[in-house]
Design a protein around this ligand. Structure first.
Ligand code: NAP
Length: 252
């Protein structure tokens, strides 16, 4: 049976692993940041590889036939490492690239390049901001302590932000639009700061902000390496069905 390593951490990676496990020896790799990740249903390894070279060594040691980058669209370093490790080893790579959201009528988006730019985009006068960001990114908002922050994360933000007025929520998506709308109203939020994650699971806050006429400061996606890719689990699985030829050609 051919061996596939899926770099995961997303819902789609888990779904893809569940689909491929019937025909391949699948290992799912997680960054290991979430304290209690949801059950993945396939063999999992956790933690960094030690850069592109470390990943290349892992691919060789495990005699992996195909590498799939199904990481989060903002996890740019592991995607770059994956492309590089594929070049170093000749192990073919495919990527699952979830399309980003596009603004529609009624959206009030301010698009910025980095989390630091998002802090500036809030402006000087105090506002009530909902930070729907990873716990690694929210520290940047200590630079603007005049705002009230509602911070939602999967694991607790530790240490807490050095700002006088912040509320913390622990929750894991998916989030429904109606619930997000109730949350924004309850906390009298006037600006949402978000990554352009794409997909349905976290779109509720964007739709809710639109319905309430609330501004969204949207951090643009990082640039990812160009590798053969598909936008959905089904499309990627079909690519593998039709195209594990690169592996067959290598005679493994
Ligand atoms: P990153 O900056 O691309 O990765 C940093 C390092 O973490 C990598 O160089 C690698 O370490 C390790 N790593 C990342 N993903 C891995 C995986 N699937 N398996 C094994 N090692 C992995 O990514 P990040 O620090 O995780 O996150 C960057 C952004 O993505 C943040 O905005 C975060 O909120 C968002 N995000 C990430 C995930 C995720 O599962 N990674 C999920 C949701 C959101 P080595 O170089 O040592 O191999």
């Amino acid at each position: 049976m051919k061996k596939i390593l899926i770099l995961g951490g997303t819902t789609e990676a888990r779904q893809l692993a569940g689909k491929l496990v019937e025909d391949f020896l699948v290992t799912l790799s997680l960054a290991g940041r979430t304290e209690s990740p949801v059950a993945q249903g396939v063999p999992v390894r956790s933690g960094g590889f030690g850069g592109a070279d470390g990943l290349a060594a892992y691919l060789k040691e495990t005699r992996t036939d195909l590498l799939i980058d199904a990481t989060h669209p903002y996890a740019a370093r592991i995607s770059a490492n994956a492309a590089q490790a594929s070049r170093l080893t000749g192990v073919p790579i495919l990527a699952l690239r979830r399309p980003g959201w596009k603004p529609v009528d009624g959206d009030r988006w301010t698009q910025v390049d980095t989390t630091g730019d998002a802090v500036h985009a809030l402006g000087s006068p105090p506002r009530r901001a909902f930070l729907a960001l990873g716990r690694q990114e929210v520290a940047a908002f200590e630079a603007a302590p005049q705002h009230h922050y509602l911070v939602r994360s999967v694991d607790p933000v530790e240490p807490k932000l050095a700002v006088p007025d912040a509320t913390y929520l622990l929750a894991r998506g998916p989030f429904r639009e109606a619930d997000e709308r109730a949350l924004l109203e309850e906390h009298r939020i006037d600006v949402v700061v978000s990554k352009n994650s794409g997909g349905e699971a976290t779109y509720g806050k964007i739709a809710a902000a639109r319905a309430l006429g609330i501004e969204v400061v949207m951090v643009r996606r990082p640039i990812l390496p160009e590798v053969p890719s598909a936008e959905t689990v089904e499309a990627l699985a079909a690519m593998i069905d039709h195209g594990l030829d690169p592996v067959a050609e290598r005679g493994v």
